[in-house]
Every structure is written in C-alpha cells, then in structure tokens.
Design a protein around this ligand. Structure first.
Ligand SMILES: NC(=O)c1ccc[n+]([C@@H]2O[C@H](COP(=O)([O-])OP(=O)(O)OC[C@H]3O[C@@H](n4cnc5c(N)ncnc54)[C@H](O)[C@@H]3O)[C@@H](O)[C@H]2O)c1
Length: 330
C-alpha cells in the first residue's frame, strides 16, 4: 500500500484525491493547504488527516507526495520532499524558470527519489491510443503533427498576470505532447502570437492566440494552434500524418446525440474544460505513478520531460519576442 500526502487542496488537488480514492494500491494519508478550511474539506471527504505542509512532507506514514500547490510553491516543496526521501508527483509547470527546474532535478537526483511531472494528456485514452498506434507503425514514418488546443474562455486577468505567459502556462502541455508524438527532439521552433480575445491580456503583457511550429533533425514538423477562447467548448484535437496514413483524435462531445431537421444536423458541444475532458487522463496518470512506486520503477513523464517542455516554452517566448526561428539545444 503506497501512502500519499497531498500538498495543495485546490482544483487539481481534489482531482488527484478522487483518482487516488479509486486506486486499491494507494491511500491518501494526509493533506495540507495554506488555507486550513481547504485541507479540512478534502481530509473529511477522502478520509485523510489535515496537517501542515512540513508535517506531511516529514511524516513517517507518507511514502510520496503530490504537489498540487501554485507553481511558485513547487520549488521549496520539491526540495523538502526530496530531502525527506519521498517520491514526488509534481504538477506542471515544475517552475517558471528553467534554471530553477534544473536545481529541482539536481535535488531529486541527489536524493534518488522517483519524480513524475504531471503532463496528464499523455494518459488521455484517445491520445494514448493514437500514440500506441504511431509507435506500432500504423502510418509509417511520421511527417506532420497537428495539435489544436484552445480553452473555452480566458482565465481571470489576475491568473494571467502570474501565469508566466501563454507558452509556459498553456502551450507547455502541447509542447510535451509534441515531444511525445514526434518521438524525436525538436531542433528549431518558431512562434507567433497576438492578442485577439481580450485587450486586458495584452495590457498584462501576454498573448491569447498563438501558432507554434517545431521541426526535428530529420525534418518532421509539428504545428500547435492555441487560443484562450473557443465558442464551441474546449477544443482538443490531434492529427498525425505519416508516410502510409493518418491518425486523428477528435474532440470529445458532452454527449453523442445528433439532432437532424430541415436546417441540418446539430451535435452537442465539446466537453466544457479540462476537469471534465481529462478526467480519465488524470485517473490514468495517478494509476501510473502509484504502479511505478509499487514496482520500484521510475514514472514517466519525469523531471527531464518537465525541463524539456519548459525549454521549448522559453524558446517559443524568445521566438515571439524576436520574431525569428530559434535553434534548440540537443
Ligand atoms: N495538469 C493540469 O491539467 C493542471 C490543471 C490545473 C492546474 N494545474 C497546476 O496545478 C497547480 C495548482 O493549480 P490549481 O488550479 O489547483 O490551483 P488552486 O488555486 O485551485 O489550488 C492551489 C491550492 O494550494 C494552496 N496553497 C497555496 N500555497 C500553498 C503552500 N505553500 N502550501 C500548501 N498549500 C498551498 C491554496 O490555498 C490552494 O487551495 C499549478 O501548478 C497549476 O499549473 C495543472
């Protein structure tokens, strides 16, 4: 039985608690939050004890911690958990600074503890099936990858101001998917962007619309299309074009009912946002983390995957700022 401590009882902390509650090999022992009422709520909902973050990290009855606190808190909590010899499941992004991500990796490697970066989309059943078929050679050599990733509506402007920008906050998921699907590191990135959804986002120094192109050494190309707005719901699609065929994963609709009439056909909108659309992915990623701990294996995506995606996000920001393609370190 793997005993888990949770740091951060907000939106994502609740998702992970629910996933854990369905795993027979794991138990949520203790939870912590800067707001005691948030910790008390999850503790009573999932049969855990509410403690301070320090007490959770140092506890003898905790084998691993889930870090679901705001990104600014990850660095200190990763260092403390590594020093305490705990396995670590850390929400994305690990940190907004690549240098600080490297420092986290050093601490994790020095302590030799398992570490997983929470890129949940790799575990989405649709995208995971697509990736398995790619690896099995279903469409031959990969030539083009297209990732569409558009939120239904922008987050509050206060969130935008501390988010690290669209590339580090939102595109980072797609950059990880690009690496996952291309199966080859990108060597060049070009990003362009604009503020078309809400002028307040531009005034906060960010963009809300972006197109990112990645190229690998062998010439494979990936295009990412991002927007902070999609009037028809959360838009999450993937298409991979290969030498002998094409694989695609469409949006997941709220239901499969189609209505027909003289005006044409109507279908339900896409699932509203990430909590609904990726519910199964969150459950699968937690199952993978627990399974790795049970078998003494290293979970994946790991800290290096977290760093790689972060470096791509940094390069995208540089490309946008200087309006030029940016070469990437191998
Ligand atoms: N993988 C995904 O799809 C996904 C989705 C949402 C959020 N996230 C990531 O998860 C993290 C949390 O996001 P959220 O949306 O759940 O935020 P949230 O604000 O809903 O929850 C964060 C919680 O952490 C608590 N907290 C703040 N500082 C703390 C500290 N030092 N110690 C303990 N608790 C503390 C807050 O009181 C709050 O309850 C962020 O890094 C975010 O990028 C990932």
């Amino acid at each position: 039985m793997i005993r888990i401590g949770l740091l951060g009882c907000g939106r994502i902390g609740e998702v992970h608690s629910r996933s854990l509650s369905r795993l027979p090999g794991a138990r949520l022992t203790a939870v912590a939050d800067a707001m005691p009422e948030a910790a008390d709520r999850l503790a009573s909902q999932f049969g855990a004890q509410a403690r301070s973050a320090e007490a959770v990290i140092g506890a003898d009855d905790v084998d691993a911690v889930i870090i679901g606190t705001p990104t600014t808190a990850h660095f200190d909590q990763i260092h403390a958990a590594a020093a305490a010899g705990k396995g670590i499941f850390c929400e994305k992004p690990i940190d907004l600074s690549s240098d600080r991500v490297r420092a986290c990796i050093e601490a994790v490697e020095a302590a030799d503890v398992p570490f997983m970066t929470a890129f949940n989309r790799r575990f989405d059943p649709h995208f995971a099936t697509l990736e398995r078929r790619l690896r099995a050679g279903a469409i031959g050599e990969i030539e083009l990858v297209m990732i569409t990733s558009r939120d239904p509506a922008p987050p509050p402007i206060g969130y935008i101001r501390t988010s690290g920008g669209l590339f580090r906050d939102m595109t980072i998921h797609d950059l990880d998917m690009a690496r996952f699907l291309l199966d080859e590191e990108p060597v060049e990135i070009f990003a362009t962007g604009a503020c078309l959804v809400d002028p307040a986002i531009g005034e906060a120094g960010d963009i809300d619309t972006a197109a990112v192109t990645l190229r690998t050494a062998s010439g494979r190309i990936c295009q990412i299309s991002n927007s902070r707005r999609a009037s028809y719901g959360y838009d999450q699609r993937i298409e991979v074009h290969g030498a002998t065929g094409m694989l695609s994963a469409a949006n997941v609709a709220e239901n499969l009912v189609e209505q027909a009439g003289p005006e044409g056909f109507t279908r339900a909108p896409s699932m509203h946002f990430f909590l609904e659309r990726y519910e199964a992915a969150y459950a699968q990623e937690m199952a993978h983390f627990v399974d790795a701990l049970v078998h003494g294996a290293r979970p994946k995506p790991d800290a290096q995957d977290g760093l790689r995606a972060q470096l791509l996000a940094d390069a995208a920001a540089l490309s946008l700022a200087e309006n030029r393609p940016v070469a990437l370190e191998r």
